[in-house]
Design a protein around this ligand. Structure first.
Ligand SMILES: [Zn+2]
Length: 175
């Protein structure tokens, strides 16, 4: 088993759509960032990469690269998940805490939980989504996410030899 941890923060800005955990939330501000600013998916991506010692989100998707401007953060997560699978692991469970003043996450937590589980190919009860307000932190204009993941060794039964070979090929040709 392996554990991974990720953290991210983004600033709220006018005229930007808000997306957290792959879910669009109605709010008068969104999270500024080079991509879609999805703070939860970024922390989750870093947690997955960290769990298999594969570096971090910035190494895979440099903010200096115009290619990632406005990008759907689900793409980042998919690449991190591929790294996890290539290392021979599967996601056992995820736990997360969001820290933001507004909007209230409670009413949307179930939807975020379901979407994150869908993106990871696991069940909703393997994804924890918690939220707090930043009491005394002075970070009311930001959203912060902390994520931990637990990985378990993948059982080989589902993976065909051909699939394994192509996975190895991709790994050796990747950056
Ligand atoms: Zn980010």
């Amino acid at each position: 088993m392996r554990v991974g941890y990720g953290w991210d923060s983004h600033e709220f800005r006018d005229g930007v759509p808000l997306k957290i955990g792959g879910v669009a939330l109605a709010h008068h501000q969104g999270l500024a960032g080079h991509s879609d600013g999805d703070v939860l998916l970024h922390a989750l991506t870093d947690a997955l990469l960290g769990a298999v010692a594969a570096g971090d989100i910035g190494a895979f998707f440099p903010p200096s690269d115009p290619k990632w401007k406005g990008a759907d953060s689900a793409i980042f997560l998919e690449v991190a998940l591929k790294q996890v699978r290539q290392a021979g692991y599967a996601v056992a469970n995820v736990d997360s805490t969001l820290i933001l003043a507004a909007p209230k996450i409670g009413p949307h937590a179930g939807k975020i939980q379901a979407r994150v589980a869908e993106l990871l190919g696991i069940k909703a009860d393997q994804v924890g989504v918690k939220a707090k307000t930043p009491e005394g932190m002075g970070t009311d204009n930001a959203a912060i996410a902390h994520v931990v993941v637990l990985l378990e060794k993948r059982t080989e039964t589902k993976s065909s030899p051909a699939k394994r070979a192509s996975a190895t090929q991709r790994k050796s040709s990747g950056s």
